[in-house]
Design a protein around this ligand. Structure first.
Ligand code: ZN
Length: 329
C-alpha cells in the first residue's frame, strides 16, 4: 500500500525535517510537495533541501505545479498571468480570464522552465495536479462564460476541424479542449520521463467528457500513475457513492492500461461531526482495488484557514487511523 500526504505552507527546514520524520513514522510512504510560482521564483534552493530531507526520512517525493498559471489546481496565485495578460485565456464574453492558455507557446515555454526547476530539486516524480482550462465556477470565474477563444485556440481548432471555432462550447469544442490538455501534458510528461523521473496525473473528477477520453489520458506515453480526487464535502454527494464510483473507474482503467491508480482523500473543509466519513472514503477506495491513497493535506490543513476543517485535530486523528488500518494491504 502506498500512502501519501501533501505538504505546503512551510519552508523552514528544521520544521520540515520534523514533519517528514513524523509522516514516515505514521505509515506514510510518500509526500507531495507543492512547488508554486512563488516557490519557483523565491524558494528553489530550499525546495531542493526539502526534497533531500524527505528522501532521508525514507519518503518517495513528488513535486506539484500548484496553481502555476492557474492551469493547475491549488490555493496559490499566479504571477505569470499578472505579468503576461496576453498569454491568458480569452473567454466567450470577449474578455480575458486570469488563467494562462495551455495552447499558448509562451505558457508552454514557461512550464518547461518550471519543469526544469522541478527536476533540479531531484524529486522522484512530477505530480500533474488537476490540469484544466478555465472553470467558470472556480476562483474569479464569471457565470455563463467559457474559454478559450484566444488566437492560438482559434488557429489550432480551425486547422484540426476545418471550421472556425464556434461561439458556443459545443461537443466538438470540448473534444478540442480534451486533445489540447492531452497534447500539453504529453509534451511535459515526455520531458520529465527523459530525465528519468516519474509522472503522476490527477484529473478533476468527471472533468472528461467520456470514458474513452478518460482512457485516452490514462494511456498517455510515459505516464506512471493516474488518479482523481473525489472530494465530497462541499458538494451534495454521498461519500460512499462518490468515492466508490470514482475509485472503481480509476481502478478499472489503470488495470486495463497497466498504470498505477491513485485516489485522493479529502482532509480539508471537513464539517464537525462528519470526520468518520473519511474512514468510509478510505474503505471505498481500497475495496475498489486502489492501493495508492493520498490525503490533502498535512495536519488536515489546520494551518490554511480558508479550507481548514472545523475540528482539524479530530480530522487528522481519523485520517491517521484510517490510513493505518489499510497500510498492510
Ligand atoms: Zn487559448
Amino acid at each position: 500500500m502506498k500512502l501519501g500526504c501533501s505538504y505546503f505552507g512551510n519552508r523552514i527546514l528544521r520544521h520540515v525535517a520534523q514533519d517528514m520524520k513524523y509522516l514516515a513514522e505514521n505509515h506514510f510512504t510518500y509526500v507531495v510537495h507543492t512547488f508554486s510560482e512563488n516557490d519557483f521564483r523565491f524558494y528553489s534552493g530550499a525546495m531542493k533541501e526539502i526534497i533531500r530531507i524527505s528522501k532521508e526520512c525514507g519518503l518517495f517525493t513528488c513535486i506539484d505545479p500548484w496553481g502555476v498559471g492557474r492551469v493547475f489546481g491549488g490555493e496559490a496565485f499566479s504571477e505569470f498571468v499578472a505579468i503576461h495578460p496576453d498569454v491568458c485565456e480569452m473567454l466567450s464574453d470577449g474578455k480575458p480570464a486570469a488563467i494562462a492558455c495551455l495552447n499558448n507557446p509562451a505558457f508552454r515555454k514557461f512550464i518547461h522552465e518550471w519543469t526544469d526547476a522541478a527536476l533540479a530539486t531531484d524529486a522522484d516524480c512530477v505530480f500533474w495536479d488537476e490540469p484544466h482550462f478555465y472553470l467558470s465556477n472556480w476562483m474569479g470565474g464569471r457565470p455563463n462564460t467559457w474559454g478559450c477563444r484566444c488566437q492560438y485556440c482559434q488557429e489550432q481548432f480551425e486547422m484540426k476541424y476545418n471550421i472556425p471555432l464556434p461561439n458556443e462550447e459545443t461537443a466538438t469544442v470540448k473534444e478540442f479542449k480534451h486533445y489540447s490538455i492531452r497534447s500539453f501534458l504529453q509534451e511535459m510528461i515526455n520531458h520529465v520521463h527523459k530525465a528519468g523521473v516519474k509522472n503522476s496525473l490527477c484529473i478533476i473528477p468527471n472533468s472528461v467528457a467520456s470514458d474513452s477520453a478518460l482512457r485516452d489520458l490514462a494511456g498517455m506515453d510515459n505516464l506512471d500513475d493516474f488518479g482523481t480526487d473525489p472530494y465530497w464535502f462541499g458538494i451534495k454527494r454521498d461519500v460512499r457513492e462518490y468515492v466508490g464510483e470514482s475509485s472503481r473507474k480509476i481502478a478499472a482503467v489503470c488495470r486495463e492500461l497497466g498504470r498505477e491508480g491513485h485516489i485522493w482523500i479529502q482532509g480539508f473543509k471537513v464539517p464537525a461531526g462528519r470526520e468518520a466519513e473519511i474512514s468510509t472514503a478510505v474503505r471505498e477506495a481500497v475495496d475498489a482495488g486502489i492501493r495508492n491513497l493520498a490525503v490533502w493535506g498535512f495536519d488536515a490543513c489546520a494551518h490554511i484557514s480558508s479550507i481548514a476543517p472545523e475540528d482539524p485535530a479530530k480530522t487528522w486523528k481519523v485520517i491517521l487511523e484510517a490510513f493505518k488500518s489499510v497500510k498492510d494491504l
